[in-house]
Design a protein around this ligand. Structure first.
Ligand code: DAH
Length: 363
C-alpha cells in the first residue's frame, strides 16, 4: 500500500475510534489544521510541475475529501449520542405519582354531611336546599309558629332591619323551612334531607352563632310513627356503624309535628368514655338526646297547599356538629369554627376518604 493510502487508512480508523468530541477535534487539528499532515501534503502540490501534480494530486485530494467526510460523519454521530444521553438523563415521567400526598383536609362537618347524604341516598332520600336568608313566614308561620308563639323567642333569631316586600327577613334559625319550600315546590311523595347552616344568637362551649343542622322530611300516603322509628334506627346504625344502637323515643313538643318525639340513643361507659351503643338503662350506661322528630302537623301540610287527609308524613331534625362530636369524640364546638390548622390536621379527613356504604361511612 502506498504511503498516502496507509495514512488514509490510519486516519480513518483513528476517527472512527474517537469516542469524544474533544478527541475528534484533536484528530481534526492533527490532520487538517494549519500544521496538519493532510494540510502538509496539500502544500506539496503547489511547487510541483503540472505533470507531477496530475500524477500525485488525485490521491492527496482523495485523502483530504475522505478525511473531511469521516470527520463530519463521526462528529454528527458523537453529537447525536451526546443528545440522546442528555435526553435520557433529563427525562421526567409525567405519569409517576407526585411524592407529596394530598394537602389540606376535609372538615369534620363536611365529612359528616357527606356521610349523611350517602346513608339517606341509600334509603331513597334526595338532598334539598333552601336560602340561609329566610323570611318570617317560611321560618316560623308556615311551621305553625305564629307571631305570638313563645317558640319564636326561644330561637334567638337574628332579624334584618326593616322588611322586604312586606316580609320580615331573618337568618334561618333551623333547616325546617326547607320542608315548607319542598312541599310547596314539588309533588308528593317526598323524601328529602336538607343539610345546611343555621344561625342563632347564642355562644358558649356547646353553642355557636352559626351551626349546622340536617332536616329530614317524608310525605306520602299512610305514613306512621313506625316508619319514622325504622328510618331513624336504620340511619343511626349506619351512622355510628354499630348494630347495637338502642333508641328511646320520648314524648316532646314541636309546633310543626304532632305527636312529637325526642330521640335518645343509649351509650355505655368504656374506660371512662361514653361510647354510643348498648342499652342506656344498663349499669353505667345512659341516654343522649340526638334528634327531634314527629309526624308532620296537619296545619303545616295545609299551609303548603296539600290535603292532610290524603298526605301524611314525618320529619326530623338534628345538629350536624353535634353528630360529628358524638361520633368522633370532640368536645368543644367552638373549635369547629376557629380555623386552627392544627385542629384541622388532627380531626380533618383525607380528601380521598369518601364515605361509601360499601366501604363504611366512617373514616
Ligand atoms: N327545627 C328543630 C330545631 O331547630 C329541630 C326539629 C325538631 C326538626 C323536630 C324537625 C322536627 O323536623 O320534626 O330545634
Amino acid at each position: 500500500m502506498s504511503e498516502i493510502a496507509n495514512l488514509k487508512a490510519g486516519l480513518i480508523a483513528d476517527i472512527a475510534a474517537a469516542d469524544t468530541l474533544d478527541a475528534l477535534e484533536a484528530l481534526r487539528v492533527g490532520a487538517m489544521g494549519k500544521n496538519g499532515v493532510v494540510t502538509g501534503l496539500l502544500k506539496t502540490l503547489g511547487p510541483m510541475s503540472p505533470e507531477e501534480r496530475l500524477e500525485k494530486g488525485p490521491p492527496i485530494q482523495d485523502l483530504r475529501e475522505s478525511v473531511t467526510a469521516a470527520l463530519a460523519e463521526r462528529k454528527a454521530a458523537l453529537e447525536q449520542a451526546a443528545l440522546d444521553a442528555r435526553l435520557a438523563s433529563e427525562k421526567i415521567d409525567m405519569t409517576l405519582p407526585a411524592d407529596i400526598g394530598p394537602q389540606g383536609s376535609v372538615h369534620p362537618v363536611s365529612q359528616v354531611m357527606d356521610e349523611l347524604a350517602e346513608i339517606f341516598a341509600d334509603l331513597g332520600f334526595s338532598v334539598a336546599t333552601g336560602p340561609e336568608i329566610e323570611d318570617d313566614w317560611h321560618n316560623f308561620t308556615a311551621l305553625n309558629i305564629p307571631e305570638t308563639h313563645p317558640a319564636r323567642a326561644m330561637h334567638d333569631t337574628f332579624y334584618f332591619p326593616g322588611s322586604e316586600d312586606g316580609k320580615k327577613m331573618l337568618l334561618r334559625t333551623h333547616t325546617s323551612p326547607v320542608q315548607i319550600r319542598t312541599m310547596m315546590n314539588g309533588e308528593p311523595p317526598i323524601r328529602i334531607i336538607a343539610p345546611g347552616r343555621v344561625y342563632r344568637s347564642d355562644s358558649d362551649a356547646t353553642h355557636t352563632p352559626m351551626f349546622h343542622q340536617i332536616e329530614g322530611l317524608v310525605i306520602d300516603k299512610g305514613i306512621t310513627l313506625g316508619h319514622l322509628k325504622w328510618t331513624l334506627e336504620t340511619f343511626l346504625k349506619a351512622f355510628f356503624e354499630r348494630d347495637d344502637i338502642v333508641l328511646r323515643l320520648r314524648p316532646s313538643y314541636f309546633p310543626f309535628t304532632e305527636p312529637s318525639v325526642e330521640v335518645d340513643v343509649g351509650y355505655t361507659l368504656t374506660n371512662g368514655q361514653r361510647v354510643i351503643g348498648g342499652d342506656g338503662d344498663s349499669p353505667g350506661g345512659g341516654w343522649l338526646e340526638v334528634l327531634g322528630s314527629g309526624m308532620v302537623n296537619r296545619r303545616v301540610i295545609e299551609a303548603c297547599g296539600l290535603d292532610p287527609d290524603e298526605w301524611q308524613g314525618f320529619a326530623f331534625g338534628t345538629g350536624v356538629d353535634r353528630l360529628a362530636m358524638l361520633k368522633y369524640g370532640m368536645n368543644d364546638l367552638r373549635a369547629f369554627f376557629d380555623g386552627d390548622l392544627r385542629w384541622l390536621k388532627h380531626y380533618g379527613f383525607s380528601a380521598l376518604d369518601v364515605p361509601t356504604l360499601s366501604g363504611g361511612v366512617g373514616a
